[in-house]
Design a protein around this ligand. Sequence first.
Ligand code: ADP
Ligand code: MG
Length: 306
Amino acid sequence: MFAKFSPLPPPVAHHGADMPSVALQHINVSYGDVRALDDITFQLPRGAQVAIVGPNGAGKSTLFNVIAGIVRPTGGRVDIYGTEPGGHICVGYVPQRNRIDWRFPVTVTDVVLMGRTRKIGLFRRAGQADHRAVQEALARVRMDALANRQIGELSGGQQQRVFLARALAQEAELLLLDEPLTGLDLPSQEILLQILEELRAQGITILVATHDLNQAAAYFSTVLLLNHRVIALGKPVEVLTAALLREAYGSQLHVVHGGVDPQQSEDALLVADSCCGAAALPPVAYSERPMLHSPSVEDVLEQVRS
Ligand code: ADP
Ligand code: MG
């Protein structure tokens, strides 16, 4: 059954030279009776930039949790750079904001510094280079002025930027961004898009879950269309077709650009309006946290903590 990964520190992963960044084989995840992911198999090369789209409840966040090593699949095999997930200093995770409990008492600096844990090592205190990396990362997302604030006191956009700073300080090679632009103020959106552009140029592997199909088509070379199972994976023009979108979104598909009838035109770009709706789960309090739970800030931080 579903369970969290062991709290024991996982071994630091060493990357095989030619390993794909992400390789999933027949992954299943169930929450009780709910099958969130069903026989997911795909593989992404290093440097891939992939938009993950699908309706609310399709399993996008669950997929990220599996790749980050926070959720253990009920079946199947996950390889991140050729080794099991968890313990990868190179995986940066910016979780979906409305799905995590932000009450964990840590400051902005703590959150970003924890991204350096494996670089620092188990028995060494953070050194000058680590503090410099943290400061630089916070400056890059323009959060340096709030370095001593508690993470829970920040606005959504600011929290998102802190997690991005953490991924930058971590020098992540694989970045998982779960609906990074949803509900963000404009300055935060601009900063995020600009940094994404820079990371792209550096050849970092980036997976972004989004409900915005136009954004997926505009910014990404690869799109993964998900609804519990992989509906399609490929170039935006191959994946964002009326037939495949209808298969993925079903009744959630309702706005059609220019009034084009999807029955008539396979090329119509369809927009599904399913942002942050019914599937958003309330955060789970620590004291009553059940075995099946949404990740908390603590879970996400633990993922690279020794
Ligand atoms: P998405 O991110 O695409 O909206 P999720 O991965 O959040 O999808 O959810 C996939 C399915 O799993 C949904 O049916 C959702 O209700 C269910 N689910 C997600 N997290 C939990 C949880 N912690 N406990 C129970 N069910 C969950
Ligand atoms: Mg989600």
